[in-house]
Design a protein around this ligand. Structure first.
Ligand code: ATP
Ligand code: MG
Length: 462
């Protein structure tokens, strides 16, 4: 059944359910018909028996004559149909009609008692010729004897015709339900066939294509909607990957091209020691930048693939932030930037200390990079609404509203940042965002060009 198509399965189930319902219906109808037929026979038989039982018996002979008359031994046809027996109060045979060659219906003593107490006793038996006899036993009017009347019941004919018709009609109905079911399944599955054909045409190069909707608001339309949403997500992720690859190769190519050009120029003529040292120092600077980009790319690639193993443990943010502030003072010193700390409360979180340090270092690195000489950077750590809040504020170049919505995108650098400093690869904040997300936290920024920026990281405390 696993290799069946949905169409065949639907047809099979439809026909099976229809066929079973029909069979139950046919059986019940047959039983009802058979019961009604037996009931009709029994009612007639009882009337007949009561008529005979109440026959005025002026003498035994006249009664026997009467029995002889009704069993009509001379009339073959009639004689085959009615049998009469008279039993005494113990159930022994007293008299029987001439056509009753077989023994009468034997009764148990308790049955005899029950019949005398008013119960009507019916029984269906087969006689020696194989015919079905329906026999009734009731008391005679004198309550001293019992009378048994039997008739041949031609059960076969009417019921058999009914059974045959029922079976023929049933088979016809099942056959038409099979074809009807196949037709309905085909109609129901047509939109799926169309969907398959449309989906087969969508390739990686044409992910902007979407499934068409049809007029009815049904499950197929709902499925198309879900598939279209999935295609949109796939398209976005494909475009993102493409952009990422293009940007990454561009970012890696630039420092390599600069290094290559620098070395070529250095080799183009003979130079003194200072000239060579200068070229080597420049090359080292570019190599550092290149290595940082590769390192960041590696972290993001691992994060994307879900292969970055987090080592979460309960940790106090206060000593970590204090340590970062000390490191910040060192890197801010050459630019004569004043570093201050505020609040510095104890705040415990469930976190990966290495990643938390990477997050804070990226943020303070930006603050130093984008703050001019003699600026100020403030670090604060507090608790608010079940979260530890770290705020890094600078009075640097700030970020325009237009750039703010993009700064967390990979390789994005605001124009100002490009001109002011060329050392950034534009990956720092993407990594910060991933770290914050993997700690169930948030990172937000408030900034104004030429006034400064404030980055707020909120991480759930434990
Ligand atoms: N404190 C800040 N002040 C002003 N602009 C900022 C600040 N922090 C970030 N930006 C802007 O956001 C951009 C993205 O920052 P991000 O840290 O991702 O990249 P980057 O610092 O240029 O390079 P990287 O961090 O990879 O070395 C920066 O280029 C800059 O334009
Ligand atoms: Mg940065």
């Amino acid at each position: 059944m696993n290799s069946w198509t949905i169409r065949t399965k639907l047809t099979f189930w439809y026909t099976s359910i229809f066929g079973s319902t029909l069979a139950i219906f046919g059986l019940l109808t047959y039983l009802a018909f058979s019961y009604a037929s037996n009931k009709r026979i029994d009612v007639g038989l009882k009337e007949e028996a009561e008529g005979i039982a109440h026959y005025p018996q002026t003498s035994t002979n006249s009664f026997k004559e009467y029995i002889k008359h009704i069993s009509n031994e001379s009339d073959e046809e009639w004689a085959l149909e009615k049998y009469v027996a008279i039993l005494d109060s113990a159930g022994n045979l007293q008299f029987r009609s001439g056509n009753l060659t077989d023994a009468h219906l034997l009764l148990q003593s308790h049955q005899v008692r029950e019949i005398f107490s008013g119960m009507t006793y019916y029984k269906t038996v087969k006689n020696s010729k194989g015919r079905l006899l329906r026999i009734i036993t009731i008391p005679m009017e004198d309550k001293q004897r019992l009378i048994q009347i039997g008739i041949v019941i031609n059960k076969d004919s009417a019921l058999n015709i009914f059974l045959f018709t029922l079976a023929a009609l049933g088979l016809l109905a099942i056959a038409s339900s099979w074809f009807g079911g196949r037709f309905m399944a085909k109609k129901a599955l047509t939109p799926i066939d169309r969907m398959i054909k449309e989906l087969q045409k969508i390739e990686t190069e044409q992910l902007e294509k979407r499934l068409t909707f049809h007029s009815a608001k049904d499950e197929i339309n709902a499925l198309s909607e879900v598939i279209n949403e999935m295609l949109s997500r796939l398209e976005n992720s494909f475009n993102q990957t493409r952009r990422f690859t293009a940007d990454a190769s561009h970012e890696l190519r630039t420092p390599i091209a600069i290094m290559k050009a620098g070395i070529e120029v250095a080799l183009s003529k003979e130079r003194d020691l200072r000239g060579y040292q200068q070229v080597l120092a420049n090359t080292l600077e570019d190599l550092r930048r290149l290595s940082k980009i590769i390192e960041n790319l590696f972290i993001l690639a691992k994060a994307d693939a879900g292969r970055y193993e987090l080592h979460m443990e309960r940790m106090n943010l206060c000593p970590v932030v204090t340590e970062i502030a000390e490191q910040l003072k060192l890197i801010a010193e050459p630019k004569n930037i004043f570093v201050s700390t505020e609040k510095m409360e104890d705040a415990f979180i469930d976190g990966d200390e290495l990643l938390i340090r990477m997050l804070l270092l990226n943020l303070v690195d930006n603050a130093v990079k984008y703050t001019p000489l003699n600026g100020t950077i403030t670090l604060s750590l507090g608790k608010d609404n079940g979260c530890a809040k770290i705020i890094i504020t600078d009075n640097g170049i700030g970020i325009s509203q237009e750039d703010i919505s993009h700064i967390f995108d990979r390789f994005y650098r605001a124009n100002k940042a490009r001109t002011a400093d060329h050392t950034g690869g534009g990956l720092g904040l993407s990594i910060c965002q991933w770290i914050v997300k993997s700690h169930d936290g948030t990172i937000t920024v408030k900034s104004e060009p030429c006034k400064g920026s404030a980055f707020t990281v909120a991480l759930p405390t434990c």
